[in-house]
Design a protein. Structure first.
Length: 237
């Protein structure tokens, strides 16, 4: 199989990934006591950190050479040797990579977008997770996870609004689909996110794969973005 390398121009931090405001949503916490309260508090803190990771803004650093192989005439499979995953994206899409330190270690971001079109993109974020979070179900059901993901981004003072469209589980991963809008600024975004956990032999590694685009471009790019997110696969360690 012939290998190809994509060369791309550096991307600025202008990649759009706005934070949403939710509609009126409420959750009633279960009462805890004693040691259960302590465990629940710790888990709540871990979950908060992971939710922040899921919705971290996409920040593209100068593009680095990557390892890709030709999968189909119009698709390229990116093989990541660091976090051991693969992703299929349209041939010719540019790639960016960045990292940031957080409370639980270094967060790594790899993102792809069409040349000169940052508003349409697919990003993979990976970070270390708490040792207690060994299963995605520790973050609640798919709906609870999606509900909290949207609620955690509530920013009414900025005129942002979000709507949770769909949640589901597939092969041990959670899928969340939602929209973000800022009517006063003409922003109307559609996001499709995949979240999953894996133990790499040393750490529990948390992955989020998020595809996003402007609603005005939905007819042109929605199926491409969703297919890229759905193609994400963890490769053998």
């Amino acid at each position: 199989m012939m290998s190809t390398t994509m060369r791309a121009r550096p991307c600025s931090a202008s990649c759009e990934h706005t934070r949403p405001q939710t509609r009126a949503l409420h959750a009633t916490p279960r009462a805890e006591s004693g040691s259960e309260h302590t465990v629940a508090a710790q888990r709540s803190n871990d979950t908060t950190v992971l939710r922040r990771t899921v919705l971290s803004a996409i920040a593209l650093a100068p593009l680095l050479p990557g390892r890709q192989v030709v999968a189909a005439p119009s698709t390229t499979v990116f093989l990541d040797d660091t976090d051991k995953f693969s992703l299929s994206v349209p041939a010719g899409w540019e790639r960016g990579e960045g990292a940031a330190s957080g409370a639980i270690g270094t967060r790594r971001v790899v993102a792809f977008h069409p040349p000169g079109e940052l508003s349409t993109n697919v990003s993979i974020t990976s970070t270390n997770a708490s040792v207690e979070l060994t299963k995605i179900s520790a973050l609640g059901s798919p709906f609870e996870f999606g509900f909290r993901l949207v609620v955690s981004q509530n920013r009414p003072k900025d005129g942002q609004a979000a709507e949770l469209l769909d949640t589901k589980e597939r092969n041990g991963a959670y899928l969340v689909e939602y929209t973000i809008s800022r009517p006063d600024e003409g922003i109307n975004r559609h996001l499709y996110s995949l979240a999953l956990l894996r133990f790499d032999g040393k750490y529990n590694r948390f992955f989020t794969v998020t595809g996003q685009y402007n609603e005005s471009d939905a007819d042109r790019v929605s199926s491409v973005v969703q297919a890229a997110v759905d193609s994400f696969t963890l490769t053998p360690l």
